[in-house]
Design a binder for this molecule. Structure first.
Ligand SMILES: [Zn+2]
Length: 252
């Protein structure tokens, strides 16, 4: 089994990205030149003493709702004034073109944040190191074709209550939540899977390391991996992710 829904229209997305990001006050840039790549990202500086928000999508190529939700979020301009933003909309364009979770050559890029075996994730790491920022919150947009509803991985420092439940409450009327007691081998509480930086070992992820964990180890104390159910139609998944992004933006 695999995702059989529509792929992301990469050409259409790429055409829209620059005007939409620019319209939201972000500067459009690329990263990866050292690796022979040209991958898009965009950023906007915060006002003095205001925090940075980190957003990413498209690391799994069969999850088109993430990039589209990021685009829609920037288009509707609901970013709070003064908040700084770094946005990576397409971390795996080759996978998105092929409509496959994995990169055709380098496998699951979201398990490469320890070995850095792929040029894409090495380039992402180098870009983050060059930016040298700390993020108040981070959201990684994903989808799960096996899930009956929306769910959230909350990776939050020091056991402080995170936004996961608020995200799920906002999303539930749109696409329902996954109430399975175990999701992806992790105990889940009505759609919420919680962990703390420093507690997940590479063995727990088959020896790999996910973007959210990399962010959690020093760059950001408050990371949300949000998963929309791929079985729902694409507009519903985009709207669900948009609702999640609005909750996070509202808490910045
Ligand atoms: Zn994913």
């Amino acid at each position: 089994m695999a995702y059989t829904g529509p792929a992301l229209n990469l050409n259409a997305f790429t055409r829209e990205w620059e005007p939409v990001a620019t319209g939201a006050g972000l500067r459009v840039k690329t990263f990866g030149a050292n690796e022979g790549l040209s991958l898009p990202y965009a950023l906007r500086e915060p006002a003095p003493s205001r925090p940075w928000l980190y957003l990413s999508a498209g690391i799994h190529g069969d999850e088109p709702a993430g990039p589209l939700a990021l685009l829609a979020f920037l288009k509707e301009d609901s970013l709070p004034a003064g908040v700084g933003v770094v946005a990576f909309p397409l971390l795996n364009p080759e996978g998105l073109r092929a409509n496959t979770r994995e990169h055709p050559q380098y496998g699951d890029l979201n398990r490469d944040y320890l070995a850095f075996a792929s040029p894409q994730i090495r380039a992402h790491r180098d870009c983050l190191q060059e930016l040298d920022l700390s993020y108040h919150m981070a959201v990684c947009l994903h989808e799960d074709w096996e899930s009956a509803g929306y769910y959230v991985y909350e990776h939050v420092k020091g056991g402080k209550p995170g936004l996961g439940r608020a995200i799920l409450d906002a999303v539930e009327p749109i696409c329902g939540i996954d109430r399975s007691p175990v999701i992806e081998d992790r105990p889940a509480d009505n759609g919420l899977i919680t962990s703390t930086p420093g507690t997940i070992k590479p063995e727990d992820l088959g020896g790999g390391w996910a973007e959210a964990l990399y962010l959690g180890e020093g760059l950001c104390p408050d990371v949300y991996t949000v998963e929309a159910p791929s079985a729902r139609d694409l507009d519903t998944r985009v709207n669900a992710h948009l609702a999640a992004l609005r909750v996070v933006a509202g808490a910045m």
